[in-house]
Design a protein around this ligand. Structure first.
Ligand code: S3P
Length: 430
């Protein structure tokens, strides 16, 4: 994909349905009783992986051309033994949540993923699920792995890493366990599973950093609309903050407070940010966000902010391409995402002519340009997304600042979360 530089970006749009919420609605609906349907379900390949795994588990799933997904749930514990391995593709959320979702079923189930997912750490899920009574055979702590389901019992699990995927896997296993299951988080992570359980008539209690569910609860079918994905909106919001005379308004976007840390960062950077929550359907606040360029500054992301903007860090780095400077610490988790996002980001930004340095747990980008003054635009160049959707989109936003066209290798990875990203970019550039 070759991208020309752009002067400004303007417009009003909706972004695809939230990926994290879509995974949860699909899985929770499969464990509920009756027919659920979801408008504006995430169209990317990751949520498609979840739907096809659910079909292999015997769940009737339909999706139509308008983006509505219908799921016939048969209640807790009703998955069928799959004939073949469940393929989570590139999706960590699919793999980890389903490890928890199948663990209380009396069958063995093999789960596999692509080469990126097969490098990502799974012990963080294996440990709590085994404590609950299932057995998991993995490949040195990674996928491919086999979950040998069993009667589970509730536990109180103290998580070592702040991870919503781990928390959600334990809670989904907890629905199938005897007694109460609690997760104690080291820091608050996205709370979509808890909110989805409430939306489907179940019960999940959150007291500070402790989330608990009781086993055997009844979940009812629901008809819901998925809000737009804040993490997809993030790329447009960053571009609007960074490019002079820019303004972007995103409608019907998810505004769950565990996801919106970026907005505060954009204010610190110097942008004008307007947010309005319009509804809270399914316990998920959603509404309108407008970001306008004002000034460009230096921003430092503190470790305690990281869980609230972990997926937005590649986008935030792109602020630095346009004359800002971004320093991130306390984000070692970036190294175990779809790619090593610290190494891939620094290599890609340097290739675009932007100063970038790795830290063990973060990066520093921008400031003095390689071979030029700070105010100079980056040269542009050729950056490799290494198959990582968010890296491809971050490089695209950074490349808008360049003096010359840039090429992004592996740009088709955007289909993971944002099919149509480049067409939308074309439309928003003025
Ligand atoms: C997600 C949780 C986060 C995030 C990922 C989606 C989720 O991962 O980075 O893109 O849907 O629960 P971790 O749980 O590994 O932090």
């Amino acid at each position: 994909m070759t991208l020309a530089p752009a002067a400004r970006i303007r417009g009003r749009l909706r972004v695809p349905g939230d990926k994290s919420i879509s995974h949860r609605y699909a899985i929770v609906a499969a464990l509920a009783e009756g027919r659920s349907s979801f408008e504006h379900f995430a169209p990317g390949a990751d949520c498609h992986s979840t739907l096809s795994c659910l079909r292999q588990l015997g769940v009737d799933v339909k999706s139509d051309a308008s983006g509505t997904v219908t799921i016939e749930g048969r209640g807790l514990g009703s998955f069928h033994r799959p004939a073949e391995a469940l393929d989570a593709g590139n999706s960590g959320t699919t793999l980890r949540l389903l490890m928890g979702g199948v663990a209380g079923h009396r069958f063995s189930c093999r789960l596999v993923g692509d080469s990126s997912l097969s490098r990502r750490p799974m012990r963080r899920v294996i440990e709590p699920i085994e404590q609950m009574g299932a057995r998991i055979e993995a490949t040195d702590g990674h996928a491919p792995l086999t979950v040998h389901g069993a009667q589970l019992h509730g536990v109180t699990y103290h998580q070592r890493v702040a991870s919503a995927q781990v928390k959600s896997a334990v809670l989904l296993a907890g629905l199938h366990a005897e007694g109460v299951t609690s997760v104690v988080e080291p820091a608050a992570t996205r709370g979509h599973t808890e909110r989805a359980l409430l939306a489907f008539g179940g019960d999940a209690t959150t007291r500070g950093l402790i989330v608990s569910v009781a086993g055997g609860q009844h979940l009812g079918a629901r008809i819901l609309a998925v809000p737009g994905d804040f993490s997809s909106a993030a790329f447009w919001l960053v571009a609007a903050a960074a490019l002079p005379e820019s303004s972007i308004e995103i409608e019907d976007v998810g505004l769950n407070p565990t996801r919106t840390g970026l907005l505060e960062v954009l204010r610190r950077f110097g942008a004008r940010v307007h947010v309005e929550v319009t509804t809270t359907e399914g316990h998920e606040p959603r509404g309108i966000v407008r970001v306008e360029h004002d000034r460009s500054g230096a921003v430092t992301i503190a470790p305690e902010e990281v869980p609230g903007l972990i997926d937005e860090l590649p986008a935030i780095a792109a602020l630095a391409a346009h004359g800002g400077e971004v320093t991130v610490t306390g984000a070692a988790e970036l190294r175990v995402k779809e790619s090593d996002r610290i190494a891939v980001l620094v290599a890609g930004f340097r290739a675009l002519g932007i100063a970038a340095d790795e830290r063990v747990d973060g990066f520093v980008v921008g400031g003095a340009r390689r071979g030029g003054a700070r105010s100079e635009r980056p040269s542009g160049g050729r950056a490799d997304a290494r198959g990582d959707h968010r890296m491809a989109m971050a490089f695209a936003i950074a490349a808008l600042a360049a003096r010359q066209p840039s090429t992004i290798d592996g740009a088709d990875a955007v289909v993971i979360s944002y099919p149509g990203f480049f067409e939308t970019l074309d439309r928003l550039i003025t």
